[in-house]
Design a protein around this ligand. Structure first.
Ligand SMILES: [Mn+2]
Length: 421
């Protein structure tokens, strides 16, 4: 019997992607989260006395800012080395984009498999063959799986590969292949990487994405970790999901349907935050609150987003203190304003409403908007517009959403009595 750990997508020292623009962001804990999660992985490997650790790509996030990333890794590998634990890794698309790794030697107990061809490592004492191939460049469009050898008889065969398989939402297509391509090799376990959400593609044979070990933004919400695999008599006897994350990203959905007073909304928020806190496995949370449903309170929320956001943050602070950071309050709920009667008046007010509401949905049809956006880009630090940011202006959806929010805010303020409550 022996055990091994399968992890992927560590993304050590991933940059903050615009977090510093949030005044209250626990930037330091988020910055260090990937490192601390990796330390947890090393501790787990030692505690469970695993024979080896597999890292299925994207150990790094791209170019290092300085050498401290490499030194951190050497220290962690050293801890494993002292316990006789080897690490086998393949480079993923992010590693291939990193020029500095090529200038440092890998720690003695860590083997990075070749990018030129499929490499097979045999661990005779365990009866294991690990077949794998690294990415040599960032964009690998060929089917790397096709170059893998057939299983070696009488031993436990593992495939180690960074791939998007036949495509997964939100992930770029790299080294495309199908689960059947992998099955055809006759291996017992395929240790995959690239998809940041855990997925058991197959259990016979095992074809698995462990997901990333630490979420870095709201699109990586939920529990994160690795898999602890036990092998007995040449077959997998157990696959255990192990948590490694130190900070939990949580999307908290609050349905506003049937609410008429803001006080009810705040009560719902309180209950939802309390529920989520209980399911976060004791981790500090970075939370996005998302309002849904149809209600008149949605109009008030749209009219005074900042005021209500502060109120919601203070509820959060009361419930969870420093263990909760509310990253954003998103109002996707639909309002119930009585526009018909407001329209019917023949007044300047009705005309103003009509003008606001007739603002085109397509940003290209709003004259002068492009200039305003260009001006904003000059004034606000570029990191605020990054790919992970809610202000990613390169996505047309972002501008549509901002235009919609502005409309709702203006109309809401006109029709909810100026918010005097
Ligand atoms: Mn990745």
């Amino acid at each position: 019997m022996f055990k091994f750990i399968h992890a992927a997508d560590v993304h050590l020292d991933s940059p903050l992607r615009g977090l510093s623009r949030y005044e209250s962001a626990p930037a330091e804990s988020i910055r260090n989260a990937c490192r601390r999660a990796f330390e947890n992985l090393v501790a787990l490997a030692i505690e469970e006395k695993v024979s080896f650790v597999l890292l299925a790509g994207d150990l790094y996030d791209g170019d290092w800012k300085d050498y401290s990333t490499g030194i951190f890794l050497s220290r962690q590998m050293g801890r494993l080395g002292h316990h006789g634990i080897s690490v086998f890794a393949v480079a993923g698309n992010h590693d291939a984009a990193n020029r500095m790794t090529k200038a440092l030697d890998n720690p003695a107990n860590m083997t990075m498999l070749s990018s030129r061809k499929v490499e097979t490592i045999r661990l005779a004492e365990l009866g294991v063959a690990i077949h794998g191939r690294s990415f040599g460049t960032q964009h690998v469009n060929e089917n790397l799986a096709s170059g893998f050898a057939a299983a070696e008889r009488g031993i436990f065969n593992i495939g180690l590969l960074h791939t998007s398989l036949d495509g997964r939402e939100g992930h770029a297509v790299y080294a495309p292949c199908t689960a059947d391509d992998l099955r055809a090799k006759g291996y017992q376990y395929w240790a995959l990487g690239h998809i940041h959400k855990q997925e058991f593609v197959s259990e016979d044979p095992w074809i698995v994405f462990p997901g990333c070990i630490q979420g870095r933004h709201i699109r990586e919400a939920g529990a994160k970790g690795c898999l602890l695999v036990t092998v007995e008599d040449g077959a997998v006897s157990a696959v255990e999901k192990c948590l490694l994350d130190v900070l939990r990203w949580v999307e908290c959905r609050v349905d506003l349907t049937d609410t008429t007073e803001m006080q009810e909304v705040f009560e719902l928020v309180r209950k939802s935050i309390e529920n989520q806190s209980q399911s976060a496995d004791g981790r500090p949370m970075a939370m996005r609150i998302r309002f849904e449903g149809t209600s008149s309170t949605a109009d008030e929320l749209s009219a005074f987003p900042e005021r209500f956001e502060q109120q919601i943050k203070s509820i959060g602070a009361e419930i969870a203190g420093d263990d909760l950071w509310i990253e954003r309050v998103e109002n996707a709920a639909v309002g119930k304003l009585d526009l018909e009667s407001a329209y019917s008046e023949d007044s300047a007010f009705a005309k103003l409403l009509k003008d606001i509401l007739s603002t085109p949905h397509n940003p290209d049809e709003i004259s002068g908007l492009r200039d305003v956006i260009a001006d904003l880009r000059q004034k606000i630090p570029s990191e605020a517009f990054g790919a992970e940011s809610v202000l990613n202006l390169d996505e047309s959806q972002t501008i549509k959403r901002l235009v919609d929010e502005a409309k709702h805010m203006l109309v809401g303020r006109l029709l909810t009595g100026g918010g005097v409550k």
